[in-house]
Structure formats: C-alpha cells, structure tokens
Design a protein around this ligand. Structure first.
Ligand code: KE4
Length: 427
C-alpha cells in the first residue's frame, strides 16, 4: 500500500527540484522516501501517515525548546493579528537587536536578515569593505550557506552529495576563497604567509557541525584569533548552529574566544526565517545606510519572525539553567552511544559538544574533513533507515549533526539508545 509520503513525494518531484526545498531533506544519501511531516510538538514529529517520530533534527537546530513551544506560538499569533509585514521600522526589531547585543558581549551592533546564508554573505562583504581586501579563508568541510564564494569544499549537503564544488559558481567567485584544514593552524599560516595583506577574513564554524560534529582542538580558535590580530584580518564566527545553542553567548562564550563578527540563524528565529550578523561597531557602521557596504532585504526584521525569535531568546536568556540541563543531557546521551558502539565492537566514533553530536561509521578519530570522509556512508544509511523506521528521526546524512532539545525526556533518549542497541546486536 502506497503511503501518503510516497504519494506526496511523487507529486513533489514533478514541480520541485528533487521534490524538496533543501537538498538534504530528499533522503538522497540514505535512500527511501522522505517523510512528509504534518505537525510537530515538543520533541515529536508526526508525518502524513500518522507515524510519530522522536525528532533528532529539530528543523536543523532552531527548535532548541522543542516544537511549537506555547510561548513562541502565542507570540507569533499575537504578532500576526497586528499585520504580517510592513517594510518599515518596528519596535520589535529594536527589541531583538538589544536582546542579541545583551546576550552576546562581542555584538555591539547587529543587522537582521532572512537566513544564515544571507548573514554569512553579508558579514563577509562587511569584512571586505572594512579591510578593503578581497580574499577569505574558509575550512574544508565547513558549510556557511550557499552563496557562490563559499560553495568551495563546503560541508553539509554539498559534502553529502559528493559535490564539494557546486555547478554554477564562476571560477572568479571561488578564486578569492582560500581553503584551510580545520584544526590545522599551519594550513592557515601558510595562506597568511603567502598573501596575508590580501586576506579580509577568516570564517570558521567554532564547532564544525556540517561534517558531522568536529570540536575545535585546544588552541585552534585562539590561534585563529592571534593570526587575525597579527594580519589585521577579520575573524568571523559562523554561529548559525552554535549561536544560542552551546550557551547564551554560543561557542564564543563556551570557548572564551572573541570574534570580530558573528553570524546567526536557526535558534535566533525560533523556527521562523531569521538570520543576523553583527559584531564590532567600527565594522557594522560601514553597513548601509550608514556606510558603503550595501545590504538590504524586503522581509528583514519581519515583525512575525521577530516575535518568534524574541520569544525564544527571551526564554533562553531568562532561564540560563536550560543550557546546563541541555548540555548535561547531551553529555549523558552521546556518552551512552559511545559506550554502546564500544561494547558492540563497532568501528564507530562519537563526537559531541553539548547537545550537538554525531555518530560516525569510521574507526578513525574525526578531527577534520579528510577524517570525516573516511566514514562508511552506506553503513550509516542502513543504520539511519533502521532508526527512522523505528520512530527516531535522525538527519538522513552522515555529515550532519544530531540536535537535542529541552523537550527530549530521559525516557525518549533511553528508548533511542535501546533501539540503537537492538540495531547493532542484529548486525
Ligand atoms: P541557512 O541559509 O540554511 O539558514 O543557513 C546556512 C548555514 C550557515 N552556516 C552554518 C554553520 C549552517 O549550518 C548553515 C545551514 N545548516 C544546514 C544544516 N547543516 C541547513 C540545512 C539545510 O541546508 O537544509
């Protein structure tokens, strides 16, 4: 009997490229039919066929409080009653900007945009405008959205689909993107030694969460800070995933390394389309209409999106113990998985930072793109399909993170561990 998801997918592929509005959702790397989700509440997703899943994606990060949190939903509904979009300045945007600047000490000024991609491309433009330099350094396996100059050895879907370089990106766009190896400061120093005076910025995921989850080696982030100071380059932390996840002040607070600019997405919008970039006033004051770095957006600072983001960030700010609970939950959960695969004698690695984690199907310690790529994606696909088939909605790709939320109960996590244990015992 054909399922509703299968029917919808057959219709979708006729009118949407690959049947999805973002590649990783197509289940391409694990096979099978993507589940079409009808609703979500707390830690659970419900698909069009009435199946319930414990969700370990959380919309790729935004749902840190769980889906449909009542305070977030109430704020959105109330905002809708006053209008959906004005294209004019609103009090909510001031409230959001003050909230972000108050939660993240390095942010002196911030601009709202509509996605992480837009935040990153804008931050890079600001860094280039500030330094009057063209080149940027990024790390193989890190993903910073799909703007042309960053789709060079990117992570996430680009890595999953085995196309680190995308069609349609002119060589001219990629030529100013210098590639370095994550956790390898020498690979960065090499570029700066050669053309340091041409490098506008280093952009880094302070925890690389688009080649699975790769924590920064001790001294790595501090080393990037030092190099950027030496060469007067801008250090950009792409905290689209880690921002407001690892703590109130994200990875920069967690690791106590201060970037010059930070990009945000996901959690900042509470599930609505919001991105943001901000940091040093001297850089942000170059952004139009104040300065010569142009950036604009019809729906930037949209009042409904601001309502969702303000509601979520306010809860996270008012209850900092949430982060203690969430990070402790992550330590317990990923520690259990690590013990499980060790007891089962599986050639697997578990990396995690707080509520972000990844189970790699490789016997190598994963510290960068090259070691992440040793993963057996077929073995991952088999495991992932088993888990999804048993009601645990994992990211359908080896090179993505698992995301825990405050809505995940110990019972849910224990059930997931048991299902993993059953799977490995059946091998
Ligand atoms: P968006 O444009 O998708 O809002 O953000 C791009 C982005 C920028 N920086 C980092 C560190 C990111 O992780 C992302 C997007 N993350 C992926 C998940 N790996 C989004 C999921 C998807 O592409 O569907």
């Amino acid at each position: 009997m054909i399922t509703r998801s299968e029917t919808l997918f057959q219709e979708a592929v006729e009118v949407i490229p690959g049947g999805v509005n973002s590649p990783v959702r197509a289940f391409g790397s694990i096979g099978g039919t993507p589940r079409f989700i009808q609703s979500a509440k707390g830690a659970c997703l419900y698909d069009e066929d009435g199946n319930c899943y414990i969700d370990f994606i959380g919309s790729w990060g935004p749902m840190i409080l769980g889906h449909s949190h009542e305070k977030v939903v109430e704020s959105v509904v109330e905002a809708c009653r006053h209008g959906l979009s004005f294209g004019a300045a609103t009090a909510a945007e001031v409230e959001m900007a003050k909230l972000v600047c108050g939660m993240v000490p390095s942010i002196e000024m911030v601009r709202m945009v509509n996605s992480g991609t837009e935040a990153v491309m804008s931050a890079i433009r600001a860094a280039r405008g500030f330094t009057r330099r063209d080149k940027i350094v990024k790390f193989t396996g890190c993903y910073h959205g799909h703007s042309d100059g960053l789709l060079v050895h990117a992570g996430s879907g680009a890595m999953t689909a085995g196309m680190p370089d995308s069609l349609g990106v002119p060589a001219g766009c990629a030529k100013d993107t210098l590639l370095a190896e994550y956790n390898n400061l020498d690979s960065v120093k090499m570029h700066f030694g050669r053309c340091g005076e041409e490098i506008a910025a280093v952009i880094v995921e302070p925890v690389a969460a688009n080649m699975g989850v790769v924590p920064p080696a001790p001294g790595f982030l501090e080393g990037l800070r030092e190099i950027c100071d030496t060469y007067h380059a801008v250090l950009i932390f792409d905290e689209v995933i880690t921002g407001f996840r690892l703590g109130v002040d994200g990875a920069q607070g967690y690791y106590q390394v201060t970037p010059d600019l930070t990009t945000f997405g996901k959690i900042i919008g509470g599930g609505m389309p919001v991105g943001a970039y901000g940091g040093k006033r001297e850089i942000m004051e170059l952004v139009a209409p104040l300065g010569g770095v142009y950036q604009a957006g019809t729906l930037s600072g949209n009042p409904v999106a601001m309502a969702a983001g303000i509601a979520q960030l306010t809860l996270l700010k008012e209850y900092p113990e949430y982060y203690h609970d969430l990070n402790k939950k992550g330590d317990w959960f990923y520690g259990k998985i690590e013990q499980l695969v060790k007891d089962a004698g599986m050639p697997c690695q578990v990396n995690h930072v707080g509520s972000l984690g990844c189970l790699y199907f490789t016997d190598q310690q994963v510290i960068n793109y090259e070691t992440a790529k040793t993963s057996d994606t077929q073995a991952f696909a088999q495991y992932c399909n088993y888990m999804i088939g048993h009601g645990f909605y994992l990211a359908p790709a080896q090179f993505e993170a698992m995301f825990l939320s405050l809505a995940h109960t110990d019972e849910m996590l224990e059930k997931a561990i048991l299902c993993m244990k059953d799977y490995f015992e059946r091998l």
